[in-house]
Write a protein that binds this ligand. Structure first.
Ligand code: N2P
Length: 344
């Protein structure tokens, strides 16, 4: 009896193994920022290509770096910002692209291709871009905000949310002081450290992905915000306004790239090309509220989105704002300052 059961089990196990082997479904492992994808787009991709998407999210570029370096994850598509892409390239973590396999690359606006972080797009293809600004409840506050200084104003004590993101929070404070977002000057950074430590008693919280709820609930009045999130909050409650402070900000561009450790490169190419289809780019742009670098997609957007100043600020956004670059050896100094601020 026992032997027969064992035999039956062995046959079952063998059958399972064989089916898994034959019908092995193609997959693509995508690792993206949180709140940065329309699930319907993933479903449409799976339906069209029969490739299954395994999807995972991170909150910051630094988290993405840590995960990639730890190995063992085998992501096929990752979406770092320009500065983190530079770090990846310096550490030889990214595969060179064959743009011939991404015919929809032609849909991109030349303003967002051939960036200094990746001349000739040898390694990356833009996904979305946007800004960091201040999202605030204009009704509660009762006046317009136009400066990063508002984030340090004691009259908003307990109502201010800052980003839990080393480069972004140090970066905008540098901008407030009239310095470069990419400063590596120890004196300028010491000044920033002092201000951010002083500011701590005014802070409601540090977060990058949980500021909408406290704002909408009235527990916080003003927050550092990504433009797409701002667009969504304003749509929910028009008392909110989004401003790029007059001192300037970080204009970021996030790009899709294929790690060297990717196991499903063909599927990764198909995924990237799918995202660059005009109608998919437009669907995503509307869902996310971020700015599409895809000019064919932008043309498909309805009025009110296509020309919304939160998403597409007028004028040349690169003029008064900086794009983050890899700060190389100064990364250690930034990390030290950040730890000091957070633990103080
Ligand atoms: C959405 C992702 C923001 C991207 N939470 C910032 N680069």
């Amino acid at each position: 009896m026992k032997t027969r059961m064992m035999l039956a089990l062995a046959v079952l196990a063998l059958a399972a193994l064989l089916t898994a082997g034959c019908g092995k479904q193609a997959v693509v492992n995508v690792y993206n920022w949180g709140d940065y994808m329309d699930p319907a787009v993933l479903e449409a991709f799976e339906k069209e290509t029969k490739i299954k998407v395994i999807y995972d999210v991170y909150s910051t570029n630094e988290e993405l770096l840590a995960k990639l370096k730890a190995g063992g994850t085998n992501y096929d598509v990752v979406i770092p910002s320009t500065n983190m892409l530079e770090v990846f390239l310096a550490q030889d973590l990214i595969s060179e692209l064959d743009l011939g396999k991404i015919p929809n690359f032609k849909n991109l606006d030349p303003q967002f291709t051939d960036l200094v972080s990746d001349p000739g797009n040898k390694y990356s293809v833009p996904y979305f871009w946007g800004t960091i600004g201040i999202l605030y409840n204009a009704k509660t506050i009762g006046s317009d905000i136009d400066s990063w200084r508002a984030m340090f104003d004691p009259k908003y004590s307990g109502k201010i949310i800052m980003f839990d993101s080393v480069r972004d929070t140090i970066g905008v404070t540098l901008k407030m002081l009239g310095y470069s977002l990419n400063s590596t000057d120890p004196e300028q950074l010491a000044e920033v450290e002092r201000l951010l430590i002083e500011q701590k008693e005014l802070i409601h919280s540090y977060t990058v992905d949980a500021y909408e709820d406290p704002l909408l609930a009235g527990d916080a009045w003003l927050s550092m915000a990504w433009s797409g999130d701002a667009f969504k909050v304003i749509a929910e409650n028009p008392d909110f306004k989004y401003v790029i402070p007059k001192e300037g900000t970080n204009v970021w561009v996030d790009s899709m790239a294929i790690p060297k450790s990717a196991k499903n490169k063909d599927a990764a190419y198909k995924f990237i090309d799918f995202i660059l289809k005009p109608e998919i780019g437009a669907q995503l742009a509307q869902y996310l509220g971020y700015s599409t670098p895809n000019k064919e997609a932008q043309a498909l957007l309805p009025e009110g989105v296509r020309d919304n100043p939160v998403i597409y600020p007028t004028g040349n956004v690169f003029e008064m704002n900086d794009v983050q670059v890899d700060i190389k050896e100064a990364t250690e100094l930034y990390d030290r300052i950040w730890t000091e601020i957070k633990s103080n």
